[in-house]
Each structure stands twice: as C-alpha cells, then as structure tokens.
Design a protein around this ligand. Structure first.
Ligand SMILES: [Zn+2]
Length: 219
C-alpha cells in the first residue's frame, strides 16, 4: 500500500467515532437500498418456504424497528414464472469462487426488487445484488438435506435476506450471519426449538449505518 493510501485509510478510520475501539466493523456488501424493496417469491404456491420467506421478512422488519431504523423491507408477492435451475446453479458456483456474473436478462422480466427463487435444485443458497437495482436470493431445495433439518430453512432464508439488505458474514457459529470463509454451514442452525439465530452487535451497528433512524425512501 502506498503511504498516501495508508494515510487515507487512517483518516477514514478516525472518522468512525461510533464504533468501539478495537472491534472490526461488520463486513458490509457495499450497497444499501434507497427505497423500500418489494419482494417477489418465485416457486410453487404450496411450497412451505413461501410462508418462511414472509416470516423472515417479518423478522427483519421487527429487527429494524427495534433498532429504530427508518428502513423496512416491502410487500411480499408470489410471482408466476421461474428462474431456470441451470442459471441458479451457475450463479451459485460463481459466488463460491468469489466471481460476480453480469445481470441475467431472465431476471429482468420478474417483478419485484428482490426476487426470491424457491428452487428444487441442489446448490448452495446465495444472495446477489446488481447495479441494476435488482437482488436475487436463491434458496436450495427445501425437501433435501440440509434444509429439511428442523430450524434450518427459516434461518437460511433469513440469512440470505440479510445479504439482500447489505450484511456480510461474520465468523461466530452461534450467529445468523456466520458464513464463509468461516466454516459455518446451514446445519449449525439445526435446533429442536424453532427460532432465528441472533445478530451480532456489529451487524446491528452496520444496519444502522446503512439505514439510519432518519432513513427515508428516495422515491
Ligand atoms: Zn451468507
């Protein structure tokens, strides 16, 4: 790193007085919604994950309300149509490699700012956001391991929606947003009692940075 860049880094660090000294800021994904995003689920109408998506949206809106953020996720609607499985599998594989694919045209025809694809394919669930303003959350088969384990599907869906509003991963396996490169996997959400895993205080601080108390939609 050049010295000048290092100095800029220090200056930026010093301009973040609300963060406790010595604690790293939770990793964000580099975007925040400027409007209330609507959510379109794409999948069979009788898929049990439809209800889990609505519940997870409620979880996030409750969390945002408790934080006194002005931001909320918008209405959830079930949409006709589908996101092709081969596209989802290819996007999932590129996500694992840390690569970003260009915006897939097939998504453009599906209404909703965040498309939640309830797929029957086998892949690692993921979330993506493009500069077009569209987000995609893709959830792997709900009938197969590991989403068929108790308490896993609801937390995987809530985790991916967390990415869809800009949160990244942490490395604490007792927390909702734990993920790669940490060795956390969806099986860690397994529990006999249905409950959402919690957010870290860094997650909450980042949410309030992205969506402060006076956040309001720009359109
Ligand atoms: Zn993740």
């Amino acid at each position: 790193m050049k010295r000048r860049d290092a100095m800029q880094g220090i200056a930026i660090a010093l301009l973040a007085p609300s963060l406790p000294v010595g604690r790293a800021l939770a990793a964000g994904l580099g975007f925040a919604w400027g409007m209330v995003p609507t959510i379109a689920t794409v999948g069979a109408v009788d898929d049990p994950r439809q209800a889990l998506v609505r519940d997870a949206v409620g979880f996030w809106n409750q969390t945002l309300s408790e934080l006194r953020s002005g931001f909320r996720l918008g209405a959830v609607a079930s949409q006709e149509g589908s996101v092709p499985d081969d596209l989802i599998v290819a996007l999932s594989e590129s996500t694992l490699k840390g690569m970003k694919r260009p915006f897939p045209e097939q998504l453009g025809s599906i209404p909703g700012d965040i498309v939640v694809a309830l797929s029957d394919a086998h892949f690692i669930s993921f979330s993506m956001h493009w500069s077009t303003g569209k987000g995609l959350v893709a959830i792997q088969s709900g009938l197969a391991y590991p989403l068929n384990l108790p308490n896993v599907a609801c937390n995987v869906i809530a985790h991916e929606l967390g990415h869809a509003i800009g949160l990244g991963h942490n490395s604490d396996p007792t927390m909702l947003m734990c993920g790669r490169p940490a060795p956390c996997r969806p099986t860690e959400f397994q529990s006999a009692t249905e409950h959402y895993f919690p957010l870290t205080s860094d997650d909450k601080a980042l949410l309030l940075q992205l969506y402060p108390v006076d956040w309001h939609p720009s359109r």
